[in-house]
Write a protein that binds this ligand. Structure first.
Ligand code: ADP
Ligand code: ZN
Length: 289
């Protein structure tokens, strides 16, 4: 059985066809320019495939509540042409199969829980640290939505004493995304994150922010595993720094088997960048039940 997968990102739309076991048979990438340019190409791709369902994981904010009148619409995104665009509606007009929708980060969380390093667990968070910061949350086997969906990139943090400029989020002077996204690193140091590998101060400050946020997520959500993905997390030296600071900030207050083995608790994404698109396969499969 073939399942369609659409990972709708702010820079590109990845369209793929895969199987129930998560195998991706083919995929194409279409630039996210405007709905007028981008949507016809997505519709053409999926119309020509014999898919039985389609799973969509979208950049946000996006309405993921099936009971809402604006279900499937992109909401107040900074990407102006996509504001209030009815993504799911425009897919449904041309493609007549059951569809599942969630946020991009919930999709990646689901991909790792179904096919990757979080198989068998029921409470997991997936964090992407890239152009923005997003957090996908699964609690007790359910992807969490609540009133909209979690926006864990905007949790408020204490500023590092040696961070001269603070954060760049236009909404919050001291949130995780404003402090720690790829563009924030670039704004702080005047160079792209990838070119700062050999400057330890960069990663000291970066890990200080990420660890604070993780401790907040741990205290509130009690996840069984924390997965970190996105471009910035290609800097592998961050992992031991983050684990060390998480341990320190927890301050011995919690003592669980997971926290005694932080190398297995705070981990990189395991599906080689395919966690999002594989999560879409599972969203599609779930829409069939
Ligand atoms: P997006 O968040 O747009 O989906 P990415 O997760 O690739 O895409 O994030 C892009 C951001 O990550 C950019 O700000 C870029 O500077 C940063 N980035 C990409 N690759 C690396 C790397 N190897 N090391 C550090 N930062 C990186
Ligand atoms: Zn913010």
């Amino acid at each position: 059985m073939l399942i369609g997968a659409l990972e709708a990102g702010g820079t590109k739309m990845v369209c793929a066809v895969g199987k129930e076991d998560g195998t991706i048979l083919e995929q194409v990438s279409i630039p996210t320019s405007t709905p007028e340019e981008t949507m016809p190409r997505i519709l053409e791709y999926f119309s020509s495939k014999e898919i039985k369902a389609l799973g969509v994981a979208a950049f946000g904010p996006v309405d993921v509540n099936p009971a809402s009148p604006s279900y499937g619409c992109i909401l107040d995104t900074p990407k102006i042409p996509w504001r209030q665009f009815d993504l799911l509606g425009s897919l449904k007009e041309k493609i007549h199969v059951p569809m599942g929708l969630d946020t991009d980060v919930n999709g990646s969380c689901l991909g790792e829980m179904t096919y990757g390093c979080a198989k068998g667990l029921d409470s997991v968070i997936y964090i992407t640290i890239g152009t923005g910061v997003g957090v996908g949350v699964c609690s007790g086997g359910r992807l969490v939505h609540g009133m909209l969906h979690p926006e864990g990139g905007h949790v408020l943090l204490t500023r590092h004493p040696e961070d001269p400029n603070g954060g760049i989020c236009p909404y919050h002077p001291n949130c995780l995304e404003g402090f720690a996204s790829g563009p924030s690193i670039e704004a702080r140091w005047g160079k792209k994150a990838v070119d700062l590998k050999d400057n330890p101060k960069v990663w000291e400050i970066e890990s200080f922010y990420i660890a604070q946020a993780l401790v907040d997520y741990i205290m509130i959500l009690s996840p069984q595993k924390i997965i970190l993905g996105g471009g910035v997390m290609h800097q592998e030296q961050l992992f031991p720094l983050i684990r060390g600071k998480v341990k320190e900030l927890i301050g011995g207050y919690l003592n669980t088997p997971e926290l005694r083995d932080l190398d297995q608790y705070i981990v990189p994404a395991s599906l080689g960048g395919d966690q999002g698109i594989m999560g879409c396969i599972k969203l599609g499969l779930n829409a069939l039940c």
